[in-house]
Design a protein around this ligand. Structure first.
Ligand SMILES: [Zn+2]
Length: 257
């Protein structure tokens, strides 16, 4: 079986001591590829050289709402410039999105919609972050329609919300959340969605799986996410091989890996 971790922050300092060994350990167990999102202008710029040293890493360029206080209005234009200068060296725009736990939703919306426009201009998918914000994202998507789909990272929400994203060309990111029994609603929704609309992710170093709280999450855990998904789908034996293959294709088709 081979896997892609469609969302991991491998460039974060948590991995500085272990990155090379970690990537080797991942490859030994079939985790072949890693997608590392951009979170700020400075970090996105650095990511472009990060990918050169390791062909199994693809990167995205983006301005994440968590780092809103770092983002200046001119960063949007600079992100566009960076993207145009380095076309072909990254595979998506993001991590961008809207997060109700962070102040200043007007500024968040301006950056989010600016990045949707940029993705449309460059014919690239988006990596979308949400927190209590499906309604706001729906509004942004109406004003500024994404043309090339993307991933709704760490999807949690209703089946109706899931289907609405799928209709708009998005896949749902499935991560450690499904390992928690208390995430019954998300587990149920994910169990109902066809595999071609799902991608596996860890969001490492964040989002540890159940039983690993307080530890640094790593891309190695993408296999555990897969195991939990197999349980939700009732897949055993050869059906698991088929499931892994479909998830791999779902991710590689979206990001053209
Ligand atoms: Zn992330």
């Amino acid at each position: 079986m081979r896997f892609i971790d469609s969302h991991c922050h491998l460039d974060f300092s948590e991995f500085d001591e272990t990155r090379t060994e970690l990537i080797t350990a991942c490859k030994q167990v079939g985790i072949e590829h890693f997608i590392v999102p951009g979170v700020s202008l400075a970090q996105s710029t650095k990511l472009l050289s990060f990918t050169k040293s390791e062909p199994s890493i693809s990167v995205a360029l983006g301005l994440h709402p968590y780092f809103l206080s770092d983002h200046q209005t001119h960063h949007l234009a600079e992100l566009e410039q960076l993207a145009k200068t380095h076309s072909g060296q990254f595979i998506a725009i993001g991590e961008c999105g809207l997060d109700r736990s962070i102040d200043n939703l007007d500024k968040q919306t301006q950056f989010f919609e600016g990045q949707i426009e940029l993705a449309n201009q460059l014919a690239l998918p988006l990596i979308v972050h949400h927190r209590q914000s499906h309604d706001l994202i729906a509004r942004s998507f109406k004003r500024c329609k994404p043309k090339f789909g993307g991933v709704i990272h760490a999807f949690s929400g209703s089946e109706q919300q899931a289907q609405s994203y799928i209709k708009q060309g998005f896949k749902l990111g499935v991560g450690g959340v499904i390992s928690y029994p208390r995430a019954a609603k998300t587990r149920k929704v994910i169990s109902l969605i066809e595999l071609q609309h799902l991608v596996l992710e860890t969001d490492s170093p964040s989002m540890p799986l159940a039983g690993f709280q307080g530890q640094v999450n790593t891309p190695l855990k993408v296999r555990d996410v897969f195991t939990h998904l197999c349980e939700l789908k009732g897949a055993t034996g050869d059906a698991k091989l088929q499931l892994a293959a479909e998830l791999y294709d779902s991710c590689s088709e979206l990001f053209l890996i």
